[in-house]
Design a protein around this ligand. Structure first.
Ligand SMILES: CC(C)(COP(=O)(O)OP(=O)(O)OC[C@H]1O[C@@H](n2cnc3c(N)ncnc32)[C@H](O)[C@@H]1OP(=O)(O)O)[C@@H](O)C(=O)NCCC(=O)NCCS
Length: 195
């Protein structure tokens, strides 16, 4: 039953591709190393510093759900690869599946700084969204993002996500402050215009 999923998405204008697949432990350790970056804490709102062997804790942290309608369920965690024989540059996942409401949450991070702002994050997110809508019959995908994380908000807006709610002072940051969060959602019929 535990068949390895391999997803691929091409950026049509340039021909570059991303591959998404489950990660072996050494690849998760690589992401843990890349995540040791103070600036990520402000962007993501949680402490991204883990011991190299804390692979389970790292997966638990990225799989944590924030939406009220999300349900406890097995997350689908993918490494983001530029080539299959290489190390991942980041992760993307679907989590909190609610199969009564047909909803799920998503999150993405390109942890390798040198590959940010090159279109890979958006492409990876696009692929898991298509997978959730087409293969898992999900109808709504939600994402919660710190209101200060403008580039992530731009990215999901460009994919058709709309703002559902701004939750002021709702997110406890590792430094003890409460940050504002925005809940964005995408419905399955809004991706018809994607090419
Ligand atoms: C947010 C993140 C996943 C985006 O992935 P990426 O590969 O760097 O971004 P892309 O090159 O795919 O760009 C996607 C969109 O993001 C927006 N974006 C990217 N960089 C931006 C910047 N510096 N300023 C404003 N918008 C920006 C753009 O809208 C872009 O869409 P467009 O190409 O249609 O204009 C990645 O930068 C990242 O991991 N950042 C740190 C962690 C994080 O913030 N994760 C999200 C937590 S919810």
């Amino acid at each position: 039953m535990n068949e390895k999923i391999l997803l691929e998405q091409e950026h049509k204008p340039t021909g570059f591709k991303v591959f998404l697949t489950s990660m072996e432990d050494t690849h998760i350790k690589h992401l843990i190393e890349l995540a040791q970056d103070q600036s990520l804490i402000d962007l993501m709102g949680w402490n991204t510093f883990f011991e190299p062997d804390d692979t389970e804790q790292f997966i638990e942290a990225i799989s944590d759900c924030t939406l009220s309608y999300s349900r406890k369920s097995q997350p689908l965690v993918f490494g983001v690869y530029l080539a299959l024989e290489s190390l991942p540059i980041g992760y993307v996942l679907l989590k909190g599946f609610n199969m009564d409401l047909l909803t799920a949450e998503t999150a993405v991070a390109i942890l390798d700084k040198k590959y940010r702002n090159k279109g890979y994050g958006k492409l990876a997110l696009k692929r898991v969204i298509i997978y959730a809508f087409d293969e898992l019959q999900i109808k709504t995908i939600g994402a919660t993002i710190l209101l200060s994380n403008k580039s992530s908000i731009n990215m999901v807006k460009n994919l058709g996500f709309v703002v559902r709610e701004i939750m002021y002072k709702s997110w406890p940051m590792p430094n003890g402050e409460l940050a504002d969060m925005v809940l964005m959602e995408l419905k399955n019929d809004s991706i018809k215009s994607w090419n």
